[in-house]
Design a protein around this ligand. Structure first.
Ligand code: SAM
Length: 302
C-alpha cells in the first residue's frame, strides 16, 4: 500500500480515511515535494554504498513514510522513530511487507539510547530526518554530547537553525550550537526549502543540512567539561570570556579570578576576547586545561 506523497489532496484523503490529523505540538509538516525528498536522500548516499553492504539509516519522524519509502526503494534498511500514535498505526500498515523497516514508537529523545544499544542498531552509520522544529537542536545536542555519532546525517531544519549549525567564528550566527556541531561534524548547508514545499505550510523557510563525521573524532576527543564550558562561555554573548569563565567556575572551591587567569594563560588566550571569536581549538584548550586543574567535581555540568 502506498500514498501519493506529492499530492496534498491524496495525503489529506489518507489522513481522513484513517481518522488522523496533523498536530502542531509535534512539529508536523510533511515534505510534499518529491524532488527535494530525492535530493535529500541522494545527499545521504553521495559517497556511494560502502562495500556493497546494506546500510541502516535512522529516520527521525517518518510521519506517513514519504522519505521512508524512498530510502527502502534505494536499498537502505530503516529504523524509524515516530512519536504520534496515529502515524505509528498508519506506518505499521503502510510498511507491513517491508522486512528492512523497523519502527521505534515514542519520543525519540527517550527512545534513541535503548535503540542504540540494540546490536543491529549500534552500527547504524547514517541518520536522516525532516526534523520537527521543536526538538531539532535538542536532539542534535543530545546525540553529540552522549557520543552517538553518525558517519553522515542529512537533516531538514529551520533555515535559522541551519545557519547557526554552520556558522564560523566571528559571524553573528556563531553560537555554542555552532561549536557543538563543528566539534564532531563538518557541516554543509544544502538547499533552501520554501514553506510551500510542506503541508501544512510553515511560516518559515527550512534548509537541508549535511553533517559529515570528522576524521579522528571519537567519544574521547572532548573532556566531559567541554560542552558545559562552551555553553558557559556563550552565556552572556557580549561579555568578555574572563567574565563568563569566572561565573562558570564560581563555587569550584578556589578563587575564581585566580583559576580564570591560570586557565587563560595556560590556553594562550586573552581574557578580553569574546566567545564569538574563539575557534574549536581554543575551546578545547580551555577544557583540557580546566580538566587538568582537577577542580571539576564541584561545578561540572553547571
Ligand atoms: N518525515 C515526514 C516528512 O518529511 O514528510 C514528516 C516530518 S514532520 C516535520 C516531523 C515528524 O516527526 C512527524 O511525523 C512527528 O510526528 C514526528 N515527531 C515529532 N516529535 C517527535 C519526537 N519527539 N520523537 C519522534 N518523532 C517525533
Amino acid at each position: 500500500m502506498t500514498i501519493n506523497y506529492n499530492s496534498v489532496s491524496a495525503v489529506k484523503a489518507f489522513l481522513d480515511k484513517e481518522g488522523l490529523g496533523m498536530r502542531k505540538k509535534f512539529g508536523q509538516n510533511f515534505l510534499v515535494n518529491g524532488d527535494i525528498r530525492l535530493r535529500l536522500v541522494e545527499a545521504l548516499e553521495e559517497e556511494g554504498p560502502s562495500s556493497g553492504r546494506r546500510e541502516e539509516v535512522w529516520e527521525i519522524g517518518p510521519g506517513l513514510g514519504a522519505m521512508t519509502r524512498l530510502l527502502l526503494d534505494r536499498g537502505f534498511g530503516v529504523r524509524a522513530f515516530e512519536i504520534d500514535p496515529g502515524f505509528v498505526r498508519a506506518l505499521k500498515i503502510l510498511f507491513r511487507d517491508d522486512k528492512d523497516f523497523t519502527l521505534v514508537e515514542g519520543d525519540v529523545m527517550k527512545t534513541w539510547p535503548s535503540a542504540s544499544s540494540a546490536s543491529s542498531a549500534r552500527a547504524a552509520p547514517l541518520l536522516l530526518g525532516n526534523l520537527p522544529y521543536n526538538i531539532a537542536a535538542a536532539l542534535l545536542a543530545d546525540l553529540i554530547e552522549k557520543g552517538r555519532f553518525f558517519r553522515r546525517m542529512v537533516l531538514t531544519v529551520q533555515n535559522e537553525v541551519a545557519l547557526r549549525a554552520a556558522a564560523r567564528p566571528g559571524s553573528s550566527d556563531y553560537s555554542s550550537f555552532s561549536v557543538l556541531c563543528s566539534s564532531v561534524y563538518t557541516v554543509r548547508p544544502l538547499m533552501l526549502i520554501r514553506g510551500a514545499c510542506f503541508y501544512p505550510r510553515p511560516k518559515v523557510d527550512s534548509r537541508g543540512l549535511a553533517l559529515d563525521l570528522r576524521a579522528g573524532v571519537d567519544a574521547n576527543t572532548y573532556p566531559p567539561c567541554f560542552y558545559p564550558l562552551v555553553r558557559g562561555l556563550f552565556s552572556s554573548r557580549r561579555k568578555m570570556i574572563k567574565n563568563n569563565l569566572r561565573s562558570f567556575i564560581a563555587g569550584a572551591g578556589r578563587d575564581a579570578g585566580e583559576v580564570c587567569a591560570e586557565l587563560l594563560g595556560a590556553s594562550g588566550l586573552k581574557g578580553d576576547e569574546r566567545a564569538e571569536n574563539l575557534g574549536l581549538d581554543d575551546f578545547l584548550a580551555l577544557a583540557k586545561n580546566l580538566e587538568n586543574m582537577r577542580i571539576l567535581g564541584s561545578f561540572e555540568g553547571s
